[in-house]
Write a protein that binds this ligand. Structure first.
Ligand code: BT5
Length: 324
């Protein structure tokens, strides 16, 4: 059950085009008119703004651009993604908590958002720089009815979502570097971490972690990512509402994810390939210490890079280290 404050904000934001009277609010919330007034004063102190007219009541005119589960929630058009949100000012890692929630049996669509992560992580226990509030750090829990072998497709799906969202917000054309990096002008602006738990022919859950650098200035990028990373702010000299970025990601994610569950991977693959970093170029890669090279020609349905070697043989790369 949400608090009186949350219910009040919900009522006001759903009627943001009209005035609502103190009496109506007091009836809806089963609290006195004085208690409504006190709540409104409290909200004003927290940055909310109202137009208030005698005999007409209150109209919510501004919600502060501070990310909270409510402010994100109200801007969502989704059916399941983000229907439940947990928001933390600081946490070790949204991914670790989302996995715990998934194991506890939470519903599909739970989103964990943090302003700062003190132990943000990438793949293979690599560090993810997020101990500050300049980026979007979130993890979402899915329970897709797909075969375990298909779970890498979720990383590629998420990459296409981020490509769209970044383009929509900044008008820039990012690229996707296999398997999980989003680049702008050759530098990493976002990373995706997919962790799934599966058995036989069933995926129990997949947790998708998204880290997107939003408002860092160039001087705020420190070693070791100083030269390899970028942010939306660095690329466009503009700062962005993180709340809006999160809403855009979640709204778009649900649309693409539902289409994928219905129609399969084909359109995601097409979209992914259109923005693939170094598609059609010769890449060097190593497998078990042996360095090889070949032309990156395609993506397989199970999410591998397809390379054509000098003997015109095609090879699928699952775990090779690519020397980008
Ligand atoms: C990734 O791993 O790119 C996946 C990153 C996922 C982060 C999200 S944030 C929300 C959720 N909670 C978590 O704890 N994690 C997820 P990988 O491909 O292994 O890349 C890691 C490498 O990216 C590092 O070794 C650095 O070189 C680089 N890196 C670290 N932080 C970065 C940043 N903020 N921006 C750009 N590059 C970064």
């Amino acid at each position: 059950m949400s608090s009186t404050r949350e219910q009040l904000i919900k009522l006001l934001s759903h009627h943001a085009n009209t005035f609502v009277s103190g009496q109506w609010l007091s009836d809806q919330l089963s609290i006195s008119r004085t208690a409504v007034w006190k709540q409104i004063k409290q909200l004003e102190e927290d940055g909310y703004r109202f137009e208030s007219v005698p005999n007409k009541g209150y109209r919510l005119t501004y919600i502060p651009d501070k990310v909270s589960k409510n402010t994100v929630y109200w801007g969502l058009k989704t059916k399941s993604i983000g229907k439940k949100i947990e928001h933390y000012d600081q946490i070790e890692s949204t991914q670790t908590l989302a996995i715990k929630r998934a194991q506890e049996g939470c519903d599909e669509g739970l989103v964990i958002i943090a302003e700062k992560q003190i132990a943000g992580r990438g793949r293979r226990a690599r560090h993810w720089d997020s101990n500050h509030d300049k980026g979007v750090w979130l993890s979402l829990v899915l329970r897709p009815d797909i075969m375990p072998i298909q779970s890498p497709q979720l990383t590629l799906l998420t990459a296409t979502v981020l490509l769209d969202v970044i383009e929509e917000i900044t008008q820039l054309k990012p690229e996707v570097k296999w398997p999980n990096d989003i680049l702008i002008n050759g530098k990493k602006v976002a990373g995706i971490l997919t962790q799934a738990q599966a058995e036989h022919d069933q995926v129990h859950y997949a947790v998708i972690g998204i880290g997107l650098n939003v408002n860092q200035e160039k001087s705020e990028l420190t070693d070791p990512i100083k030269h390899s990373a970028t942010s939306l702010q660095i690329e466009t000299s503009k700062s962005y509402s993180k709340q809006l970025v999160i809403q855009t990601i979640l709204n778009r994610f649900e649309e693409v994810y539902f289409n994928y569950l219905k129609d399969g991977f084909k359109s995601i693959k097409t979209k992914w390939l259109k923005s693939a970093y170094r598609l059609g170029e010769r890449l060097e890669y190593s497998i078990n210490g042996e360095v090889k090279s070949g032309v990156f020609i395609d993506l397989s349905d199970d999410g591998c890079l397809i390379i054509e070697n000098d003997d015109r043989q095609q090879e699928k790369l699952y775990t090779a280290k690519i020397h980008w």
